[in-house]
Design a protein around this ligand. Structure first.
Ligand code: CA
Length: 235
């Protein structure tokens, strides 16, 4: 069951195959969301501006342009929650989409249950509720939980909802090793257990924004064979 807030969420389905688009639309509306569909990249970009959806499902194989180009254009101006859907299920295709800023990736065919689980997990992450201590600080890194903003040395970091979730988890556990599965569970949800590429790509993107030297990180540090640690003192 969706809560009242979740039911108000609007999802844009970008898919040129009319049968698939209709099936996904009916299913999501039955689950309580409102939906709209776009059958080309150009329509999708217009609809995203016009409707400001809460989440986008983006098929990569579109008639007028590559879904990856749509993704790039969306990411140039917003962190709108976005799940890529693709007939290509190679690990490499998945990594490319995640590197371009997709929040999640689903290979076709997918079950309706899997789709709903991923949509709910992503919307929940975006709606991350503030905790009693409104600010978290580790060294020069600060998280303003009320505003959902991260900054380093007073400079604002542009982070995606996923990257924000990683920071919350690492900062709450600063000084301790957080295992790969603990991090996946906390940020993505239970169904992602063992999905290490999604974790690796997002950690690497976060380091590019956060670290003075991303090749020798000092905030999100790899603990080989175990996970990651955010050291309380500069390592
Ligand atoms: Ca297609």
């Amino acid at each position: 069951m969706l809560t009242a807030t979740e039911q108000n969420r609007h999802i844009l389905i970008v898919e040129d195959d009319a049968d698939t688009a209709e099936m996904v639309s009916i299913f999501l509306e039955t689950a309580g969301y409102t939906t709209a569909t776009a059958d080309s990249g150009e329509i999708a970009l217009n609809e995203i501006t016009a409707q400001q959806p809460d989440l986008v499902l983006l098929d990569l194989g579109l008639p007028d342009m590559s879904g990856l180009d749509v993704l790039k254009q969306v990411r140039a101006s917003s962190f709108l929650p976005l799940i890529v859907i693709s007939g290509k299920t190679q690990e490499r295709d998945k990594v490319v989409a995640l590197e371009q800023g997709a929040d999640d990736y689903m290979g076709k065919p997918f079950s309706q249950e899997e789709l709903l689980a991923r949509v709910m997990a992503l919307l929940r992450r975006v709606g991350w509720t503030p905790i009693p201590d409104p600010k978290l600080n580790v060294r020069h890194l600060e998280l303003d939980m009320a505003r959902r903003q991260a900054s380093i040395r007073g400079k604002r970091l542009q982070v995606t909802p996923v990257e924000y979730g990683i920071l919350v988890t690492m900062m709450r556990n600063a000084g301790e090793v957080v295992s790969h599965d603990e991090l996946l569970h906390a940020v993505w949800g239970e169904q992602y257990q063992g999905d290490y590429s999604v974790l690796r790509v997002n950690i690497s993107r976060l380091r590019q924004k956060l670290e003075e030297n991303p090749r020798h990180p000092s905030y999100v540090v790899t603990v080989p064979g175990q996970g990651y640690i955010m050291p309380l003192k500069r390592p």
